[in-house]
Design a binder for this molecule. Structure first.
Ligand SMILES: [Zn+2]
Length: 140
């Protein structure tokens, strides 16, 4: 885990200018994915979405979460107990808002996805609390 750094960090293989991100994403997607915002609970399109399929990064299309790992955490955001592969997400210590949390970003484009908590179900015990605005859904 690394400490917090700017989202436009050159470490990410997929890089775009701010203007390009604004053109690609709608305002809510931009605010959440590129400015580490958080959508209101129960406001996103996927918190109660249960179809089988794959959730992709809204910034670069990388498959991030499989619907079979999604569970109802009752929190109003899509929640998963693990990513498709640990290599597709990046974990960063987030000390904003007077808390120490672990931020989750797409490892390819640096888009902010949400946070991971230690109160998830088996088999991982983790809860990836993800913004709907940071992901797209693809049917199987
Ligand atoms: Zn991405």
């Amino acid at each position: 885990m690394t400490d917090v750094h700017p989202t436009d960090d050159a470490r990410y293989p997929v890089r775009k200018t701010d203007a390009e991100w604004r053109a690609q994403l709608d305002p809510m997607q931009y605010q959440v994915a590129r400015q580490a915002g958080t959508e209101r609970a129960f406001s996103g399109k996927y918190w109660d979405h249960t179809q089988p399929g794959t959730y992709l990064c809204v910034g670069c299309g990388t498959p991030l979460f499989d619907a079979s790992t999604k569970f109802d955490a009752g929190c109003g955001w899509p929640s998963y107990f693990e990513p498709i592969d640990n290599d597709v997400v990046e974990r960063i210590v987030d000390r904003s808002h007077g808390m120490v949390r672990v931020e989750v970003r797409c490892k390819r484009c640096g888009s902010h996805l949400g946070h991971v908590f230690e109160d998830g179900p088996e088999p991982t015990g983790e809860r990836f609390c993800i913004n709907s605005a940071s992901i797209d859904f693809k049917n199987e």
